[in-house]
Design a protein around this ligand. Structure first.
Ligand SMILES: NC(=O)c1ccc[n+]([C@@H]2O[C@H](COP(=O)([O-])OP(=O)(O)OC[C@H]3O[C@@H](n4cnc5c(N)ncnc54)[C@H](OP(=O)(O)O)[C@@H]3O)[C@@H](O)[C@H]2O)c1
Length: 278
């Protein structure tokens, strides 16, 4: 007899269950970047390379921008392609305003309208106030700030009409670290730009956020002599999670901001620094 009864249906429960299942399905779909085109500046090495790899693994077609490291960029593209992903390498010096237009044009022609822009290319040159020169200032501001603004401006002319996500790679240095006044200032400016552009671009459904990493072990940090230094030990000591970061620690946070999992976040600066606040 039991088997002949129709399955018990409770309208409220069923409606909740169907909402939950649709939420779960959306969750799976949101973290996917399938069908999106992403441009990552400065992606031949370090943090940018890890971001490009992560976005491609989640389904985005990725433009790997580099300035001088052609072989490294092409190796990364080959790695992404052999894993079944889509990527191209595009040379452009983002500190040179004349090379930004052609960079964006190449990306759009080869991959389509941009839905994810990761402004990662940046330089860091530390030094006390006595070492500040116009060259030291312009080297960092021309790439970290002006290059970011002009890349964003050019990309916006070809952005996906449905909207998208811009992620700026800032730094905990935005709060000001000793013997790095100019670098800190570039990242402080970048955080202001993130908030300003989030207000300006919100009506176009373009979210703008930044990730502010602590020390991350990259080629650049090795070249700067930070690895194995007292500076590294001091940072590890001050970091609640007890270590410096790896590029992948930043890449997954960027993928979150690139996806609609973070669809209600804009104008945010997220510290990816193991709990360390400089
Ligand atoms: N590593 C850290 O501890 C740390 C912490 C906080 C924030 N950050 C920020 O994270 C970003 C990446 O740092 P990283 O440590 O990964 O750097 P990195 O290891 O030195 O790599 C820099 C990347 O940027 C590219 N690049 C340099 N100048 C460029 C230009 N003018 N135009 C286009 N690409 C250019 C390089 O390409 P080529 O080799 O082809 O020139 C390379 O792919 C920077 O914005 C940095 O300020 C880093």
């Amino acid at each position: 007899m039991m088997g002949t009864y129709p399955a018990f249906r409770h309208p409220t429960f069923d409606s909740r269950r169907s909402k939950l299942s649709s939420l779960q399905n959306n969750g799976a779909a949101n973290s996917s970047l399938q069908g999106k085109v992403a441009l990552v500046t400065g992606a031949s090495k370090g943090i940018g390379a890890a971001i490009a790899r992560e976005l491609a693994a989640r389904g985005a077609a990725v433009a790997v921008n580099y300035s001088g490291s052609k072989a490294a960029a092409e190796k990364l593209v080959a790695e992404i392609q052999s894993a079944g992903g889509k990527a191209i390498a595009v040379q452009a010096n983002v500190a040179d305003p004349d090379s930004i237009g052609p960079l964006i044009q190449t990306v759009v022609t080869k991959l389509g309208p941009i839905g994810i822009l990761v402004n990662n290319a940046g330089v860091y040159e530390f030094g006390p106030i006595e070492a500040v020169t116009p060259e030291h200032f312009h080297k960092q501001f021309d790439l970290n700030v002006l290059g970011l603004l002009l890349t964003t401006q050019a990309a916006l002319k070809h952005f996906d009409p449905a909207g998208g996500s811009i992620v700026n790679i800032s730094s905990v240095a935005a709060g000001g670290i000793g013997s790095a006044s100019v670098y800190s200032a570039t990242k402080g400016a970048l955080d202001s730009i993130t908030v300003a552009l989030s207000k300006e671009l919100g009506p176009r459904q373009i979210r703008v956020n930044s990730i502010n990493p602590g020390m991350i072990e990259t080629e650049g940090v090795h070249a700067a002599g930070f690895i194995g230094s007292d500076f590294q030990k001091q940072i590890e000591h001050e970091t609640p999670l007890g270590r410096i970061g790896q590029p992948q620690d930043v890449a997954t946070a960027v993928a979150f901001l690139a996806s609609t999992d973070s669809g209600w976040l804009s104008g945010q600066t997220i510290h990816a620094a193991g709990g360390n606040r400089v």
